[in-house]
Ligand binder design. Structure first.
Ligand SMILES: C[S@@+](CC[C@H](N)C(=O)[O-])C[C@H]1O[C@@H](n2cnc3c(N)ncnc32)[C@H](O)[C@@H]1O
Ligand SMILES: Nc1nc2[nH]cc(C(=O)O)c2c(=O)[nH]1
Ligand code: SF4
Ligand SMILES: [Mg+2]
Length: 208
């Protein structure tokens, strides 16, 4: 089997980086976690904070066995699969092997590609730049919408009616525009308490 076939089947994946840190965002903020950042994204968010991830070809292709063995070197048993856009890949083999090794598995995704893999927690962060695939809505445990422009509040509400009723709803200021929008995000959440605020706390802590 060549590398392309192995990637198509999800038994080898491009890994930009993997690191043990503290989950900085969302419902699980503050939890130690091993992040696996897969290379490749075709969504193209203008404000993306990891644009260097976009080109999949730049990153080494690793077997899921090697990826999981590296994760096992750290004491935490929470893994966060992110990217890039991780759902560009078939994630069944990676999540199957992580689960076999006792990991809790979370994902950070724009939902722009068909859902694959088995997760304990799905953080869905929809983007205006590429429409979510309909398969994401039933899986989302957390809807985390980045606020870059005031029109993003309406965009958030549009997705809030599409996710399942147990889905947690969070608004996260776009990092560079945080001082512009934080006041209106605070007012918004105070008047619509079904929403919560998510901050990128790892950036305040200056950790990966
Ligand atoms: C880099 S993305 C990778 C995963 C996936 N592609 C996605 O967008 O969900 C990880 C998280 O960071 C958020 N994010 C990216 N750039 C950001 C920025 N400049 N400010 C705030 N959040 C940002 C995304 O919305 C997403 O929730
Ligand atoms: N500490 C930390 N927490 C995060 N939560 C989501 C991240 C991501 O880039 O997906 C991220 C990240 O890059 N670092
Ligand atoms: S979908 Fe995620 S990785 Fe891709 S450009 Fe947007 S924020 Fe960056
Ligand atoms: Mg990040």
């Amino acid at each position: 089997m060549d590398k392309k076939q192995a990637i198509d089947q999800g038994i080898m994946l491009p890994v930009m980086e993997a690191f043990y840190t503290i989950q900085g965002e969302g419902v699980h903020t503050g939890t130690p976690a091993y992040f696996i950042r897969l290379g490749g994204c075709d969504v193209g968010c203008v404000w993306c904070d990891v644009k260097e991830s976009w080109e999949a070809e730049k990153w080494p292709i690793l077997s899921v066995e090697d990826i999981v063995n590296q994760a096992l070197e750290y004491p935490g048993r929470l893994v966060v699969i992110t990217g890039g856009e991780p759902l560009m890949y078939e994630l069944g083999p990676l999540t199957g092997l992580l689960k076999k090794n006792g990991f809790t598995i979370n994902i950070e995704t724009s939902g722009a590609h068909p859902f694959s893999g088995t997760f304990d927690w799905v953080c869905f962060s929809p983007k205006k730049f590429k429409k979510p695939h309909p398969s994401i809505y039933e899986h989302a445990n957390e809807l985390k919408v980045v606020i870059f422009h005031k029109s993003d509040f309406d965009f958030a509400e549009k997705h809030a009616v599409l996710v399942n009723k147990n889905c947690h709803k969070l608004l996260q200021p776009e990092w560079s525009k945080s001082s512009v929008h934080l006041g209106s995000i605070i007012d918004y959440v105070k008047s619509r308490p079904e929403w919560k605020i998510s901050l990128q706390t790892h950036k305040f802590m200056d950790i990966p």
